[in-house]
Design a protein around this ligand. Structure first.
Ligand code: SPQ
Length: 427
C-alpha cells in the first residue's frame, strides 16, 4: 500500500508528460510493416508499449533503442515471420486488437495471450470482421477471449459499418485493409481517434476520409519515416484536473498532443469554468501539439454525452473526480464502453470514489456525480487499472485525511514516471 499525499495546496511548475501511448504503439507497428528505417522520438516506455515492441521482435523485426530514439528496420508486411513463441500483449488492448489486423494478412500461425484483464476484454469486435475478410481466428468462447490463435492469409477488401465507436476496431481493420485485395470501406459509428489514418499518410500510404466513411485500397506498400511522438493528453489530463481542483495551483503542461479527436477533456474543462490557456506550438509532427496553462478555479457541473464521448473516453475516470469538485450535478451518458476497459470503469470509479466520500452513482451507461462536498481518507485500490490508480492519487491531493493506494504498480502501463512528475509540481 502506498501512502498518498493529502490536503495539498498550490501545485506549481512546468511538466513534460511522456509520449502518447496510442501513437507510440502505432509507430512501432507502422515501422515494422513499412520498408526501410523508421526512427521514433519521445516514445512512451510504458509497459503497454514495451509489450508491442516485444511482440514485433518475436515476429522477426529489428527494433533497437539508441540515443533516446527507437529505430525500427521494417521489411514490409512480407518481412514479418511466424513467431516460435506466444505473443504476450500484457495489459494492452491496443496491442492485441491492432496486431490481429496485421496478422490477419500474414500466411502463418500465431497465438496471442495477455494478462488477467485482457482475458476479460471482448475480441469478437475485431475477430468477426477480420474473419469476414478471410482470416482464421479462434479463441476461448468462440473467439471472444484470449488465448487467441490466428492463421492469416489472403484477405479481401470489404464494406463494413462499425457497430461500436472504437479506434482499435477501426485501426485493426485498416491494417487488414492495407493487405486486402481491392478496396475496404469502413463507416464509423462516431468519430474516434484518427492516429492510424494520419500515420498511414505519414508513411506514404493513401487513405481517404469523408465524414464517418473511410476508404483504403489494399496492396499498398509503406515507406519508413521519422515520428515525433507528442505528449499524451490522456496522461496530461491527470495534472490538468489536479491544477483545476487543488486551490492556489498554476501549472503548464508542455508539448501535449492536441489532436481534435482526443481533446474532449479540454472542452469539458472549459464548460465547467476552468481557468485555462491553450497555446498551439509549431512542432515537426503530423499531430497538432501545444502547451496548456491551467490554474485553480471554481467549477460548475455539466452534462457529458453523445459524440464527445470517444474524444475523452479514457479521461472519464479523472473527469468523475473533477465533477466531485464542481458545484451541482454532473451527468455522464453514452459511456457504456467504459465497462470493457482494463476494468469496468463505471463500477471501479464509483466504488473507489464512494470510499473517499464522493456522492456518485453508477448508471447503465455512465455516472451521476453531485459535487462540492469534499473528500475524506480511505484505503483505495487501482484494481490493476492504471487510469484508476492515477485518478485516486490525484483524489488524495484534495482529501482531508490520508489515502492509501493498493496496486499503484499498474500505473507503469501508461505513465511510469507519474509519481516523480507529481512530486515535481508539489515542491
Ligand atoms: O490499450 P488499451 O488497454 O485498450 O488502453 C486504453 C487506455 O485507457 O489506455 C483503454 F483502456 O485506451 C484505448 C482507448 O480507450 C486506446 C485506444 C487506441 O490507442 O486506439 C483506443 C481506445 O479504445 P477503443 O476500444 O475505444 O478503441
Amino acid at each position: 500500500m502506498k501512502q498518498l499525499t493529502h490536503n495539498r495546496t498550490g501545485l506549481k511548475g512546468n511538466l513534460l508528460v511522456p509520449g502518447d501511448k496510442s501513437i507510440s504503439h502505432r509507430s512501432i507497428m507502422f515501422g515494422a510493416i513499412a520498408n526501410g528505417t523508421t526512427t521514433v522520438t519521445n516514445f512512451l516506455m510504458g509497459q503497454d508499449c514495451l509489450c508491442t515492441i516485444a511482440c514485433f521482435r518475436k515476429l522477426g523485426v529489428s527494433i533497437e533503442e539508441e540515443a533516446h530514439q527507437i529505430i525500427i528496420e521494417g521489411k514490409g508486411f512480407e518481412g514479418l515471420q511466424e513467431p516460435t513463441d506466444v505473443l504476450d500483449v500484457g495489459n494492452s488492448g491496443t496491442t492485441i486488437r491492432l496486431l490481429l489486423g496485421i496478422l490477419a494478412g500474414r500466411p502463418f500461425h500465431a497465438t496471442l495471450i495477455g494478462d488477467h484483464s485482457i482475458g476479460k476484454r471482448p475480441m469478437t469486435r475485431v475477430t468477426v470482421p477480420l474473419a469476414k475478410m478471410g482470416a482464421k481466428i479462434d479463441g476461448r468462447q468462440n473467439g471472444e477471449f484470449t488465448p487467441l490463435s490466428i492463421r492469416g492469409g489472403e484477405l479481401s477488401g470489404m464494406n463494413y459499418s462499425l457497430p461500436v465507436a472504437s479506434a482499435q476496431v477501426k485501426s485493426s481493420l485498416l491494417f487488414a485493409g492495407l493487405q486486402g485485395k481491392g478496396k475496404t470501406t469502413l463507416v464509423e459509428k462516431e468519430k474516434t481517434r484518427d492516429h492510424t489514418e494520419r500515420m498511414i499518410k505519414q508513411f506514404g500510404g493513401q487513405i481517404t476520409e469523408d465524414g464517418l466513411t473511410i476508404h483504403i485500397e489494399g496492396g499498398q506498400s509503406l515507406k519508413g519515416t521519422s515520428i515525433q511522438v507528442p505528449g499524451d493528453i490522456s496522461s496530461a489530463a491527470f495534472f490538468l484536473v489536479a491544477a483545476a481542483i487543488v486551490p492556489d495551483s498554476e501549472i503548464t503542461l508542455k508539448n501535449v498532443g492536441l489532436n481534435p479527436t482526443r481533446t474532449g477533456i479540454l472542452e469539458v474543462l472549459e464548460q465547467m469554468g476552468a481557468n485555462m490557456e491553450i497555446i498551439p506550438t509549431d512542432a515537426d509532427s503530423c499531430e497538432p501539439v501545444g502547451d496548456i496553462v491551467i490554474r485553480y478555479s471554481k467549477l460548475t457541473a455539466t452534462t457529458i454525452q453523445g459524440e464527445i464521448i470517444p474524444k475523452l473516453i479514457d479521461e472519464l475516470p479523472i473527469i468523475a473526480l473533477l465533477a466531485t469538485a464542481a458545484e451541482g450535478k454532473t451527468i455522464i451518458r453514452d459511456a457504456q464502453e467504459l465497462k470493457v476497459k482494463e476494468t469496468n470503469r463505471i463500477d471501479t470509479v464509483v466504488h473507489e470514489l464512494k470510499k473517499l466520500g464522493a456522492n456518485i452513482e453508477a448508471t447503465e451507461d455512465g455516472m451521476i456525480i453531485r459535487g462540492g462536498q469534499g473528500l475524506h481518507g480511505a484505503n483505495v485500490s487501482s484494481h490493476g487499472d492504471h487510469r484508476i490508480g492515477m485518478m485516486l492519487a490525484i483524489a488524495s491531493l484534495v482529501s482531508n485525511e490520508p489515502v492509501y493506494l493498493e496496486g499503484e504498480e499498474a500505473i507503469s502501463v501508461s505513465y511510469p514516471t507519474f509519481f516523480a512528475d507529481l512530486q515535481q509540481i508539489m515542491k
